[in-house]
Design a protein around this ligand. Structure first.
Ligand SMILES: *Cc1c(COP(=O)(O)O)cnc(C)c1O
Length: 420
């Protein structure tokens, strides 16, 4: 559920008229609904309110500081995958004892920063990473709290590029090596084993792969305890899908929670979750303007002012985003269009062969479900400035990231002194 709806055929974000906002801010831009963000984190947390659970929002889904601060105020922690994200989470007011650090390639500098910040948990993804963390913690005279991310070899996720829990994927420690690595970890002076971690993919639309993977994790915990390991936590990652308007409807968080409680009840562990998309995805949309209607020989194109550098999901994952007009005209006739941006790549499209009402240049469209992995994956390719992010709360709005100037976009570049 989200707070983007038509009122008398004009699209609103909460109580803000999006056409008026577009006139003020200039397109393209992202708009986020604070009520929706708060609602999603509450729905997720409430589903686990009767268990010992830490909800660590996956910062990479939408790392805007204002978004993080809103989620922090709802009690969320953070799952970070870089020193930059760690700094963001701390800056936004998320307590270090609610921060977990994931990722296959943590560097020395990143481990030092996280140890110095005294975060809650390192999710370690390989034997060499475990060695490195032990050494670095030793140098700093710290103890690193660790969960080992295991790869349960389960296929899940809406697309090949977002499946992370198969044995061919780079993530996690191979299932068959997990017990041996825990045994080694127990011997390490500056490592304290806290738990087991897994994250099997993203945009997962049914419960079956979760169930298979979580059952395997529960079995591993039993084995590890038999080996003498103390396992107090189970980090189940993120990955719960959201409705994008096409394809299957993913499970409700309550059904996901019911499954998890059934599988984990006998284990007596704290549960950790790392939801990203589920919190931010449907809390944002991308507003764009129609620039030209172009009749190709085989296709009709709507050329809009948003492009793959603003929203790369269609190009990267063949992702579907619903597109709706900001001013609805019930009488308009539909035609089949490719919606494309101005970037010089054939992969620069938002939608292909989509039925849309006829629109005139200058009219606005909303690209739905763009709050997660939208702004966070954007770039300045083609020297297109990063686009503004606007937060709406009732009838108030604030620009929470503004458009950079040309001077800001090029501020880090220099002419070498040997060229006049
Ligand atoms: C990306 C990621 C998440 C969040 O995934 P969603 O599908 O957005 O919920 C959680 N944990 C890890 C380790 C990730 O890499």
């Amino acid at each position: 559920m989200h707070h983007f709806d038509y009122r008398q055929d004009r699209l609103y974000a909460e109580d803000i008229d999006i056409s008026a906002l577009a006139e003020k801010v200039g397109t393209p831009f992202y708009v986020y609904s604070e009520a929706t963000l708060r609602r999603h984190i509450k729905v997720f947390s409430t589903a686990f309110a009767d268990t010992d659970a830490l909800v660590a929002y996956s910062v990479k889904a939408n790392p805007n500081l204002a978004v993080l601060r809103i989620l922090a105020s709802e009690g969320a922690g953070a799952d970070v995958v870089s020193a930059g994200e760690l700094t963001r989470a701390l800056h936004a007011g998320i307590a270090p004892e609610k921060i977990v650090f994931s990722g296959v390639g943590k560097t020395t500098e990143e481990m030092e920063a996280a140890l110095n910040a005294e975060i809650y948990q390192f999710n370690v993804e390989s034997a060499p990473e475990l060695e490195a963390l032990n050494n670095i913690a030793g140098d700093l005279d710290k103890i690193a709290p660790v969960a080992i991310r295991v790869n349960p070899d389960v296929a899940a996720g809406g697309h090949d590029k977002i499946s992370t829990g198969r044995k061919e994927d780079k993530f996690g420690v191979p299932w068959t090596n997990a017990r041996a690595l825990y045994a080694r970890a127990r011997e390490m002076q500056n490592i304290r084993i806290k738990g087991v971690d897994l994250h099997i993919g993203s945009q997962i639309a049914d419960l079956a792969p979760f169930e298979t993977a979580f059952e395997k994790a529960a079995g591993l915990i039993k084995d590890l305890r038999e080996d003498g390991c103390t396992i107090e936590r189970l980090d189940l990652g993120g990955g719960l899908g959201i409705p994008y308007g096409a394809g299957t409807i993913p499970p409700h968080p309550n059904d996901y929670a019911e499954l998890i409680k059934r599988v984990t009840a006998p284990l007596d562990v704290q549960l950790i979750f790392e939801p990203g998309r589920m919190i931010a995805g449907n809390a944002g949309l991308l507003v764009t303007k129609l620039v030209y209607v172009k009749e190709g020989e085989a296709r009709k194109f709507l050329i809009v002012d948003a492009a793959m550098n603003d929203l790369i999901r269609p190009a990267l994952y063949d992702a579907h985003h619903d597109i709706i007009p900001v001013k609805r005209d019930m009488d308009a006739v539909n035609a089949r269009y490719d919606v494309v941006g101005p970037v010089c790549e054939s992969s620069d499209y938002i939608a292909k062969a989509r039925n849309l009402p006829e629109m005139a240049p200058g009219e606005y469209m909303a690209i739905m479900s763009a709050g997660a992995y939208g702004a966070s994956q954007s770039s300045q390719y083609n020297t297109r400035p990063l686009i503004p992010e606007v937060l709406v709360n009732g009838d108030k709005h604030a620009i929470i990231r503004r458009r950079p100037t040309f001077d800001e976009m090029t501020a880090l570049e220099h002419y070498p002194d040997w060229i006049d």
